[in-house]
Design a protein around this ligand. Structure first.
Ligand SMILES: Cc1ncc(COP(=O)(O)O)c(C=O)c1O
Length: 404
């Protein structure tokens, strides 16, 4: 594949955080024209770390690391051995898997860094990779960037709130047609769906039958609503070298600015990831790695409070969208909703642009996550009242531009 072709599909205009560029230009134009934009800007393309701040102690952990000097600045490529040892204890307790600190953990620059290294370490030109639709936009882009062929797997996320709705027959067919990697997020981004224990068991059975590797992005797996159960695929009996789990403290814990992620599981894949990291970024930022000491170490009740606050916002947004007749799955975890828009008289990208220009709201178009041109994604980790007001503005705009 030519370099031009490789980069053609790597658009970043709709990526979280990027739309703000256009928004700044829009706001300036509105100022020049004397238009007043309604309400405060709400940027649903990513969580608001000012509304939901990091747990206490993260900055102190960072400054202690700076004081520690060279030993923390120049860690092993896969990350500080001490911190990996602590992580292995926490992640083993969290997942129920037995995670080896020396061979089974790598610290990366963001969960995104882990995803990049993981896909690069498992996918080569022409390889078929099963990817869920909808799923996190980077999955598709990374596989294509490394020359892989996407085998799309449907997810009927509106069908039931009890399961994710993955089309397991289609997954079987993808494996039968030669796919040897399955990459998915659980909880699913953009819908907030959690895979049921039965779905996970069936994925494991298929992966075993076809000797496939499973990469599970579990970034949001701590932010689970009222009594929601969760099956960690790494705790299944899938062979150790066939499963890699990716997590990080960017979302639930609002530590995104430190750019930290972790991958654990397959020693074989992790050994490749470390070799690649050594030529990409050498290591995750040394001083920042120490912030991982605060992860899974939050004060008593901190996580519960955070989950309750998100659940309250979720419920308000669901009520607003459903009252307006916009079908929306109940997110069981995470902080994303993926409402279905009415049939619009304009294209989705134009609608998203007008939301920005007329309603002062930034959302991510559904097409980033697959062929979902009637949906938008919102990250509702926002100031509660601002999020509710902005959701009402989205509904008004959907009515204004409805084709019906
Ligand atoms: C499913 C998923 N994976 C990975 C990432 C990247 O996260 P990080 O900030 O840890 O790099 C995101 C960010 O939105 C995400 O939603």
């Amino acid at each position: 594949m030519s370099v031009e072709a490789k980069f053609k599909n790597l658009g970043i205009d709709n990526a979280p955080g990027q739309e703000v560029r256009q928004q700044a230009a829009d706001a300036l134009n509105a100022l020049v024209r004397g238009d007043a934009l309604p309400g405060a800007l709400v940027d649903f393309s990513h969580g608001d770390v000012d509304a939901f701040t990091p747990p206490p102690g993260s900055f102190e952990a960072f400054t202690l690391a700076v004081e520690a000097g060279g030993q923390q600045a120049y860690t092993e490529y896969r990350g500080s051995a001490d911190i990996r040892a602590e992580l292995a204890v926490h992640l083993s307790a969290f997942t129920g898997a037995d995670i080896a600190p020396d061979l089974g953990v790598i610290i990366t620059p963001g969960t995104q860094g882990a995803l990049f290294l993981a896909v690069a370490s498992t996918v080569s030109t022409g390889d078929k990779v099963a990817i869920v639709q909808p799923d996190y936009f980077a999955n598709r882009k990374l596989v294509e960037f490394f020359g892989g062929e996407i085998m799309p797997i449907r997810m009927d996320y509106l069908g039931s709130d009890e399961q994710a709705g993955l089309d397991l027959e289609q997954l079987r067919a993808a494996f039968a047609a030669g796919a040897r990697t399955f990459l998915f997020s659980n909880p699913n981004n953009p819908t907030g769906a959690v895979y049921s224990a039965d779905e996970i068991a069936q994925i494991v059975a298929l992966a075993k039958e076809y000797d496939a590797t499973v990469i599970a992005d579990q970034l949001y797996s701590r932010l689970r609503y009222s009594g929601q159960s969760y099956a960690h695929i790494c705790a299944s009996d899938l062979s150790e070298n066939k499963i890699l789990t990716i997590m990080g403290p960017s979302k639930t814990e609002s530590l995104s600015g430190y750019r930290l992620g972790v991958a654990f599981g397959s020693p074989e894949i992790i050994a490749r990831m470390e070799k690649l990291q050594a030529i990409v970024s050498l290591r995750a930022p040394g001083y920042n790695q120490a912030v991982l000491r605060t992860w899974f170490n939050e004060p008593e009740g901190w996580i519960d409070e955070r989950i309750a606050a998100h659940e309250a916002i979720r419920d308000d947004l669901l009520a607003i969208f459903r009252d307006a007749g916009m079908a929306t799955r109940t997110p069981q975890a995470g902080s994303y909703v993926f409402p279905t828009l009415p049939k619009l008289a304009i294209g989705l990208n134009d609608f998203v642009k007008l939301l920005r220009q007329q309603a002062n709201v930034i959302v991510t178009p559904g097409t980033e996550f697959g062929p979902h041109e009637h949906s938008i994604r919102l990250n509702y980790s926002q100031d509660h009242q601002a999020a509710v007001a902005a959701a009402h503005r989205i509904v008004e705009m959907a009515k204004r531009y409805s084709a019906e």
